[in-house]
Design a binder for this molecule. Structure first.
Ligand SMILES: [Zn+2]
Length: 324
């Protein structure tokens, strides 16, 4: 169905990952930070995560580069309703006449009425940053929103995707299994992994502990559930197709233990937020060094600065929620 070579598609910002899976860089925050995926099978297509509303022209250009008509998109599936994953769902749906949005039941109302999401983000980031990085949010008509179920089978062309409830990062998070490439679209449940931090092709991954629903026990269960299907790869929103999966899972769970211990140790510390940030930075850096990374400290800081700030914030929320 594609009239263009993969190479020309790639020059338009679409990266073919094999088995009908394509990656689009939404360019949120920086290049190679926030991905949207397009799964194409037998003339049918689904977007998984969209980036923010500002990414929509790039997503539409990706369809065009692949020779797909907008009517061929059946589904838009945000992994969860945080704005770097779902901010583009509303404006994208306006351009896709046949698509429905498939969302976790706890996220559905936020797609239909995004005002609470917007106000929440506005309170954290301020108006200038909202305008610059997020744009405006567009409601999705309720009749075009479908709530996912744990274990749901979703036909797409010749393949059948499976959705599972995947709490730990957010309670409104589901993950999507592609049986053809044997990979999970993990949203933010299988951590963050930037290609700049790979060592000898092995991805290095850190758990996201960002606000406001980080739950380490639930996250461990979700990771175990993802691993039970013996995946060959993981499609991380931040960022890209990652493999081999087994060593990533070991490393991710190891870091999760470390950051949980750190949080519990600093629970009542004075200036806890700063202490958490310092502790996280030390844990990440030690782990990177242990993998053999030779990246200069300044480059590590550049890549992880925002994550350290947000992860420390999320750990604070988690610690305040713990029973006394
Ligand atoms: Zn995210």
């Amino acid at each position: 169905m594609t009239s263009m070579s993969p190479l020309s598609a790639e020059s338009d910002g679409v990266v073919p990952l094999g088995h009908g899976v394509y990656q689009v860089d939404t360019l949120f925050h920086r290049a190679h930070f926030d991905a949207a995926y397009l799964v194409v099978d037998d003339g049918h297509a689904a977007f998984i995560d969209t980036g923010t509303g500002l990414a929509v022209p790039r997503l539409l250009a990706a369809l065009e580069a692949l020779g797909l008509r907008r009517e061929q998109v059946d589904w838009v599936i945000p992994t969860h309703v945080h704005l770097d994953h779902a901010g583009g769902v509303g404006p994208l749906m306006q351009q896709l006449p046949a698509a429905r949005a498939l969302v976790h039941p706890r996220g559905a109302r936020h797609l239909i009425d995004p005002s609470a999401l917007y106000q929440g983000a506005l309170a954290v980031y301020g108006q200038e940053e909202m305008d610059r990085s997020y744009g405006t949010l567009v409601p999705v008509p309720a009749e075009r929103v479908v709530e996912s179920e744990d274990g749901q089978q979703l036909p797409l062309g010749q393949r059948v995707l499976t959705l599972i409830d995947s709490p730990g990062h957010a309670k409104h998070h589901h993950a999507i299994w592609d049986p053809v490439s044997r990979g999970w679209f993990t949203g933010d449940t299988f951590g963050l992994s930037y290609r700049e931090l790979d060592v000898d092709g092995q991805p290095w991954v850190l758990p996201t502990t960002t606000p406001v629903q980080f739950d380490p026990a639930a996250l461990r269960q979700t990771i175990a559930r993802l691993m039970a299907s013996q995946p060959e790869c993981m499609y991380l929103t931040h960022y890209g197709r990652c493999a081999p999966v087994e060593p990533m899972a070991r490393q991710l769970l190891g870091l999760l233990d470390k950051v949980e211990t750190l949080g519990l140790r600093l629970r009542h510390a004075p200036q806890r937020h700063e202490a958490l940030k310092q502790g996280l930075a030390q844990i990440y850096r030690a782990s990177l060094l242990a993998t053999g990374s030779t990246l200069p400290g300044a480059e590590i800081d550049r890549l992880l600065d925002m994550d350290i700030e947000l992860n420390a914030q999320g750990m604070g929320v988690w610690l305040d929620r713990l029973p006394a």
